[in-house]
Design a protein around this ligand. Structure first.
Ligand code: HEC
Length: 163
């Protein structure tokens, strides 16, 4: 009887030690299936960044002037310390940023700069160049979309002395 009990105790231990095969199989996936780009980011993340925006935003082609004016006020309070539209300051000039980056990328950068700086190859390059970390400016998604409207509104305007 005792032997039988020992056998009952030992059998699960053997299964645990050998791992039952199942779990190990999933580790055998080729790396190409786990990551799509050399950076380890998905194709979406390569173009649109990493953060709360995980799908294309529904943004009309024409910017909204009222929202752009509201966005400018927030920009002046929270971004102007480091960014100008046409000059390099602590951070890069932003007038043409909406032509260079997707709207989703810009929103993710504003809302999730830490992870963008750590993981996105384009932002890593900027960090190496500007050598300052852009901090999260404690803005909401709503405020960020207003700033985006402002940035969209300045893209094809001429440089001015004030900004
Ligand atoms: C303390 C300085 C600082 C503040 C404040 C700041 N940024 Fe930045 N920003 C940077 C730096 C530096 C970079 C370059 C990337 C890096 O080093 O992280 C950058 C990068 C960016 C980029 C990416 C530009 C590109 O070419 O892809 C965007 C967009 C941006 N900032 C928008 C904003 C907005 C909008 C605000 C205000 C909500 C803001 N930043 C506040 C310093 C700042």
């Amino acid at each position: 009887m005792k032997r039988f009990i020992y056998a009952l105790l030992i059998l699960p231990a053997i299964f645990l030690l050998t791992g039952c095969g199942e779990d190990n199989a999933s580790n055998d996936w080729p790396d190409s299936a786990k990551q799509k780009a050399p950076s380890g980011l998905s194709e979406f993340e390569e173009v649109n960044g990493i953060g709360p925006v995980k799908a294309k935003l529904d943004i009309p082609a024409e910017f909204n002037t009222v929202k752009a004016t509201e966005g400018e006020k927030i920009f002046d309070q929270k971004c102007y310390a480091c960014h100008r539209l046409d000059e390099r300051l602590v951070g890069p000039p932003l007038r043409k940023v909406t032509e260079k980056r997707s709207s989703e990328f810009i929103v993710n950068m504003i809302l999730n700069p830490d992870e963008m700086q750590k993981k996105h190859p384009e932002v890593k390059k900027l960090l190496a160049e500007y050598m300052t970390q852009m901090p999260f400016q404690d803005v909401t998604m709503e405020e960020t979309l207003l700033i985006l409207e402002y940035l969209r509104s300045v893209a094809d305007k001429q440089p001015t002395a004030s900004k």
